[in-house]
Design a protein around this ligand. Structure first.
Ligand code: HAM
Length: 416
């Protein structure tokens, strides 16, 4: 029996990969404009990093990590998200020693052992940004605005921004108690997961699909924010309004990770089956210290790229195809073929995209290949051309044919 790809993974084949490249290019371009620099951290890290960073009581750490012992008996995990690893790298490389704040971005695979469905995979890809070293609310707003602009520039329609404040640890602990009081009378009726969440992380009950009815009328975190938190939240909103970014406040938004403080946000969009959250992020002021660094604040987002593609597809947004083929070269006879191999190298070295046949096929089959590859020109060397030291260039769009010398070929193709 042949071996198949693991459940929840995808082979990204030519034809589709070009779409990924396009989206990744757009991501790099917007990062340059917002002055974020790329960071590449390892795909696997010590398991403890995610336990400490993402949180022991989160579904991600409790149920979804790909954890294994390496040959030295160390517990390692494939990264389930990007923030923890970037924070670790920020601390380990002492980037907080720099005079300017650190604005970093990454694009790469993440791994979660989840039940696959449309928009949910076991290996998926995130484009994420993380900004460290400032509590300025304009930075929260910048991060939110940048994700919004990214989607807009890709041509996604109907992306909504939802924001919330999850406060700081002190207002949150008061809120947690209030939530426990609220859920106490129905505790026995909650699902099994939520019964254990009741003690460990009651805010997460608000996020449970099964217990939604029990959450109706639950107290709102926004009524428990202290002055610092509510001022911060108001300023974030003001900056968003100033930039013309529309948003809705969703006081019930609970992100699936424990590190958030103050601002939490999500982008929502219809088009992927049951999933409407296409990405999210927030501020995490205690995380750097928790990972063992200085007390430096941070804020960022993680955008799932599979979800971007699914929405683009659902909305039939055209994505530019990859680079076209400038020339398909055909040589007739052994000597002409040798000439083609030589000239092809010259074309490629000059920056043009070019291809030839490698299977000894007849002229007609080669012309068909040129068609399939959508070559702009077919360049033919037959006996006659070989004798004259020229090449016949056929413009595939117009059918027009000219003869140029071998020396003129690069210029001729570059000009057209
Ligand atoms: P998250 O909400 O867990 O946040 O994931 C962010 C995004 O990654 C999701 O909204 C979704 O687009 C994508 N995603 C997550 N799991 C899957 C999956 N199984 N299949 C496909 N896509 C998925 C974080 O990961 C945080 N690190 C974001 C962040 C960065 N917060 C601050 N900085």
């Amino acid at each position: 029996m042949s071996i198949q790809k693991p459940k929840g993974t995808q082979d990204l084949l030519p034809g589709v990969v070009e779409k990924w490249q396009y989206i990744e290019e757009k991501a790099r371009d917007i990062c340059a404009r917002f002055n974020y620099k790329e960071i590449r951290s390892p795909i696997f890290e010590n398991t403890e990093l995610f336990q400490r960073g993402v949180g022991e009581t989160t579904d991600i750490v409790e149920k979804e990590m790909y954890t294994f012992l390496d040959k030295g008996d160390r517990s390692m995990s494939l990264r389930p998200e990007g923030t923890a690893g970037v924070v670790r790298a920020y601390v380990e490389n002492k980037l907080y020693g720099e005079p300017d704040i650190a604005k970093l971005y990454y694009i790469g695979p993440m791994f979660r052992y989840e039940q696959p469905q449309a928009g949910r995979y076991r290996q998926f890809h995130q484009f994420g940004i993380e900004a460290f070293g400032s509590t300025d609310p304009s930075l929260d707003a910048e991060v939110i605005a940048m994700g919004y602009l990214f989607y807009k520039e890709l041509g996604l329609q109907g992306v909504r921004v939802e924001i919330n404040s999850v406060g700081n640890p002190s207002c949150r602990s008061v809120y947690r108690e209030e939530l426990q009081k609220f859920f106490a009378p129905v505790k026995d009726q909650l699902c099994k997961d939520c019964q254990s969440r009741y003690d460990r992380n009651p805010m997460r009950i608000l996020d449970c699909k099964k217990d939604q009815a029990h959450g109706v009328g639950a107290p709102s975190i926004l009524d428990f924010l202290d002055e610092e938190c509510s001022t911060h939240f108001e300023k974030v909103q003001r900056h968003l309004t100033d930039m013309g970014i529309e948003y809705e406040i969703n006081p019930r938004m609970v992100r699936g990770l424990d590190y958030y403080t103050h601002t939490a946000f999500e982008y929502k969009c219809a088009g992927i089956g049951a999933i409407d959250t296409i990405s999210g992020g927030g501020r995490y002021n205690g995380l750097v210290e928790q990972i063992g660094g200085d007390d430096q604040p941070g804020v960022g987002f993680g955008l799932g790229l599979e979800r971007v593609l699914l929405v683009l597809e659902a909305q039939a947004v055209a994505i530019p195809a990859g680079r076209p083929l400038d020339a398909y070269m055909i040589g007739m006879g052994e000597q002409a073929e040798a000439e083609v191999a030589k000239l092809l190298f010259r074309l490629r070295a000059a920056g043009l995209t070019a291809e030839k046949d490698y299977q000894g096929r007849k002229m007609k089959a080669q012309m068909k290949s040129a068609d399939r590859m959508q070559a702009r020109f077919v360049a033919i060397i037959g006996d006659e051309e070989l004798a004259q030291g020229v090449i016949a260039l056929k413009n595939m769009a117009t059918g027009e044919q000219v003869k140029v010398t071998f020396e003129e070929m690069v210029t001729a193709l570059s000009d057209k």
